[in-house]
Design a protein around this ligand. Structure first.
Ligand SMILES: O=c1[nH]cnc2c1ncn2[C@H]1C[C@H](O)[C@@H](COP(=O)(O)OP(=O)(O)O)O1
Length: 250
């Protein structure tokens, strides 16, 4: 019989080095398949990215330090928050398979189906698994699983322009993530990080940026620190990167 725990450890070992230990978050990593199986609800989301051969500068500001060679796609959701394509994997609500590879396969299928529903693309893709987590103390309620998938630059272009009028009412826009910090130290990624994010999308974003080496740890850390400062100035709560949609407090 296959040792599921071992498979899971192997799947996730490459990502554990890319945690953001400095980032306060109310989500907890989960690498224990037995624990995962106990969750009532499973949601899976996917980060789509591409890399241009030549750096492309999105704006012609003189002070852009880092041109956008790598593109990461995020959605503006119906509630105004940023997130990744994906959603609940209903098949796993009734029964979770006993083997982790089979479980992963169902998550992958679920994420591809959502990708197609939301962006009219991706039914036959195989996104790679990154990591799973749950809101602190709510491991039995919900598990959030995360995948990533590299697009070719032309696929990215086609999606960015072609699916602006989304097939789904849940998505009201698409955005590329500014993977640079401008000379004032504020505009670019730090400002982007002060938006409202669904679930733990902001942490998923930063983890992937680190895992893929799109930016250095120093750059990411600096950007989060500046984002925290901006939020603090705005009176932004306890500064946890848990930017759920704020509809409940309106
Ligand atoms: O991008 C995301 N990253 C992490 N968690 C997310 C993201 N988007 C939503 N969520 C959370 C919020 C909910 O708890 C679930 C499922 O939400 P959603 O994607 O809106 O699901 P449906 O489209 O309604 O199936 O994940």
């Amino acid at each position: 019989m296959m040792d599921n725990t071992k498979v899971l450890e192997e799947e996730t070992s490459s990502t554990s080095a890319h945690k953001c230990p400095w980032m306060p978050t109310s989500y907890v990593d989960c690498t224990d398949f037995e624990l995962m199986k106990k969750a009532k609800i499973h949601a899976a989301h996917v980060l789509l990215w591409s890399r241009d051969e030549k750096p492309v500068s999105p704006y012609h500001y003189d002070d852009i330090e880092l041109p956008m060679q790598t593109k990461i796609l995020m959605q503006v959701r119906f509630d105004g928050s940023f997130g990744f394509p994906g959603g609940f994997v209903d098949e796993l609500e009734s029964k979770v398979p006993s083997s982790f590879p089979k479980f992963l396969e169902l998550l992958q299928q679920g994420v591809c189906r959502e990708l197609f529903e939301e962006m009219g693309f991706g039914r036959d893709t195989s996104p790679s698994y990154v990591y799973s987590c749950h809101p602190a103390g709510r491991e039995k309620d919900v598990m959030l699983h995360f995948f990533m998938f590299q697009l070719t630059p032309s696929q990215m272009k086609a999606i960015s322009w072609g699916s602006i009028i989304s097939t789904s009412d849940e998505v009201v826009g698409l955005s590329l993530v500014p993977l640079y910090t401008m000379k004032d130290g504020i505009r670019g990624l730090p400002t982007f990080l002060t938006n409202s994010f669904a679930g733990n999308a902001v942490e998923q974003l930063l983890r992937c940026i680190l895992k893929q080496g799109f930016l250095s740890e120093v750059e990411v850390r600096k950007a989060t620190e500046v984002a925290f400062k901006i939020l603090k100035k705005r009176g932004g709560g306890d500064l946890k990167f848990e930017f759920q949609s704020h509809t409940h407090i309106l």
